[in-house]
Structures are given as C-alpha cells and as structure tokens.
Design a protein around this ligand. Structure first.
Ligand code: NAG
Ligand code: NAG
Ligand code: NAG
Ligand code: NAG
Length: 446
C-alpha cells in the first residue's frame, strides 16, 4: 500500500506538469486524442479541475464577465404580513473559462460536454432580496463548449423581500425586485451582463408559468445601477417583476355576497314601518353579515388596512344605521299611536306641504304598503292626509291651544310625520350608500 503512493503521486505530478507546460505552450488546449477510445479522459481536464478554487483568468486585472438571465417558473406565495414573495426561478449563468479550449475536429467532433458543476469554478451570484439560505440541489452539471464558454443553470426557490402594498386588495398589483449581484467580487473582478433581452425573459417566463394560481405576470423591467458598499463597487442587475392578483375568487366570495346583503338591507326599507317584522329582519341581516365576515376573514390579508376592509366596515355601519333608523321610526309610531304629544306649530306647517297631494315628498313606504295590500284602516292612505290638511287649515286657531284637535287627527298627523321621516331617512341612507360605494369603486379603479 505504502509503496504505491509515491508512484501514483509521481504520475500525477508528471501529468500536471506536462499539462501545465502544454497549456502554457498552446494556450491551454486540452489534449483530447484519446476521447474516441474510452470516452472523455478525466486526466485531460484534471488541470482545469485543479484550478477550480481560483477565478479562471489568465490576467487578474481583467474582470470575468458573467451574463445572467432567469426564467420565472412559478409564483408560489405572496405573504403580505411578512412582506415576502416566494417564487421559483431558473437562473442561467454564462461565463468564459480561458483554460478550457479544444479543437472539435481533433476530438471526434465533440462541441460541448457536460461537466459536473462541483469540479468547476462557479460565480457567486445571489439575489440580494432573498431572505432564505440558498437551497440549490447538489449534483448539478454545466455545459462546457469547445471555446471554453460555460453555461450553468440552477433552479432556485427564492423567498425574497418585497414591498407589498395591499391597499387595493383584491385589485392590487405588486412590483417586486430581484437584484442579482456577486457576493464577493467587485467591479474589478466581475462584471454582469444580460444573457437574454428582458422581453425574451418575460416571454419565456409567461410561457413557462403553468400555474393558473392567484398571480399573473404582467412584465419584467431591468435596471443596472452599481452598488457601492464602503469603498467597494459591486456590479448588479435589478429586475422589476410586476405581478397582478386575479381577483375573481375575492369578487365571488367577498364582494358579491356583501353587495347582496347590503342591497337586501336597502330593500327592507320597503317593509311597512308599522309591521313588526322590519326590525327583526334587519337584525337577522346584521347577524348574517357578521357571520359572513367571520367566515371570510381568512381570505383577507392579515396585515394592513386594505380598502376592502373599509368597504366591509362601511357596509356594516350602513346596516347598523338602518337598524337604528328602524328603531327610531318604530318608537315614533309607538308614541304617535299610544299618547301623541301636541304637535308643534312649526312641525305642522312643515308637514303641510308634504301632506298636500299635489307637491309631495313622495313617501315610498306608503306606496309599497298599497302594493302589499294592507288595509287602509291600518295605515293612512295617500289621500287621507290631504283631506286632513285641508280640514285642519281652517281651524288653525284651535291648534294654538293644542287641545282643540281630536285625538285621531293628532295620531294621524304623527303617523304621517313618521312616514315622512322614514322616507327622508331612507333617501339619506341611499345617498350615503351610493356615494360611499361610488368612492370605493373610484379608488379601486385608480
Ligand atoms: C496527447 O496525449 C496522448 C496520450 O494520451 C499523447 O500520445 C499525445 O502526444 C498528446 N498530444 C499532445 C499534443 O500533447
Ligand atoms: C493585464 O491586463 C491589463 C489591462 O487589460 C494590462 O494593462 C496588462 O498589461 C495585462 N498584463 C499582462 C501580464 O498581460
Ligand atoms: C455576454 O454578453 C455580451 C453582450 O451581450 C457579449 O458580448 C459577451 O460575449 C457575453 N459573454 C458571455 C460570457 O456570454
Ligand atoms: C417597479 O418599481 C421600479 C422602481 O421602484 C420602477 O422603476 C418600475 O417602473 C416599476 N415597475 C412597474 C411595472 O411599475
């Protein structure tokens, strides 16, 4: 055993020396005369493999030029809380190794070879925004061409930091940056270039992204500012990846049900104010809306205040307002029918134009009441108050006393007043709802 070592060492030494000598003489041409008999002779590449610890250049003042491109093959996750984008990339690096050249004609027409990447010097290109350790699988290979051009592709799962703005959720676009830079080599030693044009990168990425997931690739832009850290200047290439969320899931699950509930809430104003069912109906709606919000909470981004949360809060407050309005009208009607207080003169004169049938603040609930077929004894019909007004007018002197009017007339006046209030508040509610929803939609579209 011991005796074999010196012999083997000697052979290796001889080989290295001869290869080095040969390289120096013939600009590092690899002797491939034996390739056709036993495949590739590892000994022919040994000199290159032995140099893998050092940057492969003949003159150390010349920077190595590494050309970069990548293919975005999947957008896996966008985490708004941690502000992280998880994506999958294939990074392609191309550089020249001047120690590898051979003549394809001498080497049975071999133009390029695959070489295990661990035997070669690799540029330390990394993504600056990446917040994860590099999980490059081992055992990758690289293509080596007869001119010494090395093409190395590696798959990367990149969890990169990205400034996410979820205000416009679910109609949001994000603009994430991938900055490719060398970890160690400054501009004196390494320059970065583009292996493909940006539109080619965008096109291949669009074709490769098979996932019809939540995110859609809009486009990729690039910028190439140099980065200076202390006195060192590093070359870098920045890619801006613009992605857009597909909103259909959120429209169907969040916006449509919410709009239906709020529409039903608005329509429930047409339930007669006298009937007992209006308030319970609105309470049920409010309860339903709360359950809906609880169930759909998972779909909302966990952090920040997106516009959609404001919209939900708005819907909820509209429902609460409409419930309050119902409570108020019910109270008014209750007071009016049980013990009507004397009606102040100003209120009466205010009510008079409304009670005359010619120019009326049209009272929606009353019209609806007719449609619902309620008995006119139960509700004052639209004609009745008109007659009432005419009846009261001659006896205005009696009004001053407050006791001259019969109780039925007073009740009817108060009931009339409640209906006018109901209609007025309904209109205000509709106005507020329309304007706020319009504002939200306008904000979403900008
Ligand atoms: C190449 O190597 C073979 C042996 O493998 C040797 O016979 C031949 O002389 C070498 N050629 C050159 C140019 O060194
Ligand atoms: C190395 O390259 C630099 C710049 O290109 C040049 O000035 C210098 O002469 C070169 N040195 C050698 C030994 O070729
Ligand atoms: C890199 O790209 C530049 C310009 O596109 C080209 O001139 C150069 O030969 C390329 N270098 C490598 C190593 O691919
Ligand atoms: C992304 O942001 C960068 C700088 O912040 C900007 O130059 C680029 O135009 C943006 N891209 C898109 C599509 O908005």
């Amino acid at each position: 055993m011991e005796g074999r070592w010196p012999a083997r060492g000697g052979v290796l030494l001889c080989l290295t020396v001869s290869l080095l000598l040969q390289g120096r003489g013939d600009s590092f041409t690899i002797n491939c005369s034996g390739f056709d008999q036993h495949g590739v002779d590892p000994a022919a590449f040994q000199a290159v493999f032995d140099r893998k610890a050092f940057r492969p250049v003949t003159n150390y003042s010349v920077p190595t030029r590494v050309n970069i491109s990548f293919t975005l093959s999947a957008i896996l996750e966008v985490d708004a809380q941690l502000q992280l984008l998880t994506s999958f990339l294939w990074m392609d690096l191309v550089w020249d190794n001047p120690f590898i050249t051979w003549n394809p004609e001498e080497c049975v027409g071999i133009n390029k070879l695959t070489v295990s990447a661990e035997n070669l010097w690799l540029p330390d290109i990394f993504i600056v925004e990446s917040m994860d350790v590099d999980q490059t699988p081992s055992g990758l290979t690289a293509y080596v061409s007869s001119e010494g051009r090395i093409k190395y592709d590696k798959p990367m799962r990149v969890t990169s930091i990205c400034n996410l703005d979820i205000f416009y959720f679910p109609f949001d676009q994000q603009n994430c940056t991938f900055t490719f830079s060398s970890f160690l080599y400054t501009v004196d030693s390494m320059l970065l270039g583009m292996d493909k044009e940006v539109w080619e990168i965008t096109d291949t990425s669009r074709n490769v992204i098979r996932t019809q997931g939540e995110w859609e690739l809009l486009g990729i832009n690039k910028a190439t500012p140099k980065m200076s850290v202390g006195s060192n200047l590093y070359d870098q290439i920045m890619f801006y990846v613009a992605i857009r969320r597909r909103p259909s899931l959120y429209i169907i699950n969040l916006l449509v049900p919410s709009s239906f509930l709020i529409a039903i809430d608005a329509l429930s104003f047409y339930l007669p104010a006298e009937s007992e069912s209006r308030a319970p109906f609105k309470i049920t709606l409010l309860l339903g809306y709360n359950v809906f919000l609880l169930m759909m909470n998972d779909l909302l981004p966990a952090s920040g205040t997106p516009l959609i949360s404001v919209y939900f809060a708005l819907c909820l407050s509209l429902m609460v307002l409409s419930l309050l309005e119902t409570v108020f009208i019910t109270y008014l009607l209750h007071v009016a029918t049980t013990q009507p207080p004397p009606m102040p003169r100003w209120l009466h004169s205010l009510l008079l134009p409304c009670t005359s049938p010619g120019r009326c603040c049209p009272t929606a609930p009353q019209k609806e009441n007719e449609g619902l077929g309620l008995t006119p004894t139960h509700l004052p019909g639209p004609k009745e108050p008109g007659e009432l007004g005419k009846e009261v007018r001659p006896g205005e002197t009696e009004l001053d006393g407050g006791s001259g009017r019969t109780k039925t007339q007073l009740v009817e006046l108060w009931v009339q007043f409640s209906h006018v209030m109901d209609a007025l508040l309904f209109r205000l509610y509709l106005l507020f709802m329309a304007s706020s929803i319009f504002t939200v939609i306008v904000l979403w579209n900008t």
